[in-house]
Ligand binder design. Structure first.
Ligand code: AMP
Length: 599
């Protein structure tokens, strides 16, 4: 059974498989190699991908997108609060977890981000199964290098809900480096800097490539910077343009905002090849048509600060790696937003434009690398990927809170993974019975300024004077970048531990189980709908073919009338039920009835 690689993007997703010695990008059922990461709920149906994206303007409350910006985050996260204002769907607060209510008759009306991402993953799995003609369960899923522990864990959970066995997770820029390295068949060592600017996230990674060995030197980025920010800036600009033109504010009109957002993304994309782009929307609000345009230089000017953040992150990552810009051999651009001319120009100016490589497809490189990695993980004896080795690093330091509010940096950022460290701690008061460990992620000296990951308590410490009780704290990060923390007391051997995100905001085992069952319910319902829809179309086709044939057959008038009235009745019945295909038994019975009449 082949293992697949899935690039689960904020805007689009892509799936690939390594077979017959090469990577194949898998097209979806519409023949497209990338699939929008959109899910929409319409009447009794769930749509995923292109069909869902098309539904966004009409059915804005039930069309969900950019879910990667929610996954693994808390409701009170400032980025969640800011994004919510621009989305057509609603996000609610459930114990500080963001959840999305939708109107759907198939139960489970309130979804968590993991469930929605699981629907996109399942769509990719289905495309792979249709392409390969066999069941697929093993998969590698990609994540932005800068995703923190909760975001990684939540993505892993989404894979599980989708019925996948997540055999590995790979950072997106690392996957792109693998694609670049395999494609170019690099023999001598090269230091490659990957700039991955997609729809919602930005990653920079410096990778040393030597044949089929990939060593990540440093990684940096921003999990909230990408094409959608440029869209948002354009939306804000045109909202004020509309106000100027018509004296009306559309900020609270979700449908108008959604329509404007789609037009803004198109305008932005056009500006990568033209110097002017138009935005035209009929009856945007209050019967007013909206017609405006924007020049490339105005677009660059509006986004100046965000573009500067891109270059700053590149410089910081370079400094973390200990390399100088002159040491970088190639700068590889991936992610749709690296098509923006200004971004290319800025990078070309900073490095040398000769070093800027656009040889790999920015939309597919990440899935390509993930598929190669999935293959290498899945097969011991592969000749195609002989000597494949991958060494990645953690993007943020991991530490334990100390008395006094500071953080001890147990695992510094850019440490290779998998990794394991052990810290020795002593009791701090006489006869201390228990000790609570708080784990953080980040670079600040004070623990409270970092991202709190979770806490756990070790109890049953035998009585001892202060500083005599000895505790060992183990922190372990696996190859997926997921952290497990534990502690044990040396005399009694008592121990306690957590897998961080399970305890903090993440899903519990039982919640995942419930969601897997819910996903199964959806899967069954979707399959049933598909069967009914096929049967419905077959009956309609048959009715039309009978109608056509009746004229050519030598039939008696009563028989002709009888058949024709049955055909008309079937077509009318199908028309009345066009929102949802009728029950299978009814469809079959009507077809048999007509067949018998025709005989
Ligand atoms: P990705 O996440 O890599 O699929 O990138 C998607 C982002 O790239 C979206 O925000 C797109 O609007 C953006 N994008 C795709 N093509 C272009 C283009 N030609 N110019 C500017 N942005 C683009």
């Amino acid at each position: 059974m082949p293992a697949i690689g899935i690039d689960l993007g904020t805007t689009n997703s892509c799936v690939a498989v390594f077979r017959n010695g090469r990577v194949e990008i898998i097209a979806n059922d519409r023949g497209h190699r990338i699939t929008p990461s959109f899910v929409s709920f319409v009447d009794n149906e769930r749509l995923v991908g292109e069909a869902a994206k098309l539904d966004a303007t009409e059915n804005h409350e039930n069309t969900l997108y950019q879910i990667k910006r929610l996954i693994g985050r808390t409701y009170d996260d400032p980025t969640v609060q800011a994004d919510m204002k621009l989305w057509g769907f609603t996000v609610i607060n459930d114990d500080n977890k963001p959840k999305i209510p939708v109107v759907h008759s198939c139960g489970g009306n309130i979804f968590c981000p993991e469930q929605i991402s699981a629907m996109v993953l399942e769509e990719m799995k289905n495309a792979a199964e249709a392409f390969l003609g066999e069941t697929v369960t093993d998969a590698v899923i990609t994540v932005p290098a800068y995703f923190n522990d909760s975001q990684r864990r939540a993505t892993h959970d989404a894979g599980e809900i989708a019925g996948l066995n997540v055999i590995g997770m790979i950072n997106e820029p690392t996957a792109a480096a693998v694609a670049y390295g395999l494609d170019r068949e690099i023999k001598n060592q090269r230091d490659v800097l990957i700039v991955d600017l997609g729809g919602g996230t930005f990653d920079v990674t410096i990778v040393k490539i030597e044949g089929r060995k990939f060593y990540v030197r440093a990684t940096g980025g921003d999990t909230h910077l990408g094409g959608e920010d440029f869209d948002n800036i354009l939306v804000e600009y045109f909202v004020s343009e509309f106000k100027q033109q018509h004296g009306e504010d559309i900020s609270d009109n979700k449908r108008a905002l959604n329509r404007l957002r789609v037009a803004c993304e198109a305008a932005k994309t056009n500006l990568s090849s033209s110097t002017q782009a138009k935005v035209r929307l009929e009856a945007l609000q209050g019967g007013h048509d909206f017609c405006s345009s924007i020049s490339r230089s105005k677009f660059e000017n509006l986004n100046h600060n965000v573009f500067e953040r891109v270059l700053d992150t590149v410089k910081n990552t370079l400094s973390d790696s200990g390399l100088k810009k002159e040491n970088i051999d190639d700068v590889v651009l991936v992610g749709g937003s690296t098509r923006i001319p200004k971004i290319r120009e800025m990078l070309g100016k900073y490095f040398d434009s000769i070093k800027i490589k656009r040889t790999i497809n920015p939309d597919e490189a990440v899935a390509y690398g993930a598929a190669a990695y999935a293959f290498a993980l899945g097969s011991d004896e592969d000749s195609a990927l002989k000597e494949f080795a991958l060494e990645d690093v953690i993007p943020l330091s991991i530490g334990i809170g100390r008395r006094g509010g500071t953080m001890s940096f147990a695992i510094p950022r850019n440490t290779k993974i998998p990794t394991k460290v052990c810290e020795n701690r002593l009791t701090v008061v006489d006869n201390q019975k228990r000790v609570t460990f708080k784990i953080y992620e980040g670079e600040r000296t004070l623990a409270r300024d970092n991202h709190f990951l979770g806490k756990f308590t070790l109890s049953g410490i035998p009585p001892a004077p202060r500083r005599k009780g000895k505790i060992k704290v183990h922190l372990e990060i696996n190859a997926c970048g997921i952290l497990h923390a534990s502690a044990f007391e040396e005399i009694t051997g008592n121990s306690s531990g957590i897998t961080i995100a399970r305890d903090k905001g993440g899903l519990s085992e039982s919640e995942i189980k419930r969601m897997v069952q819910e996903a199964e319910k959806f899967r069954k319902k979707d399959q049933e709908l598909k069967r009914r829809s096929t049967a419905r179309n077959a009956l309609e086709d048959y009715a039309y073919s009978v109608k056509k044939e009746v004229d050519h057959k030598n039939l008696t008038t009563p028989k002709r009338i009888c058949i024709m009235s049955s055909v008309t009745e079937i077509l009318e019945w199908l028309d009345i039920n066009k929102k949802e295909p009728p029950e299978m038994a009814e469809l079959e019975a009507r077809k048999i009835e007509l067949e018998q009449l025709v005989e």
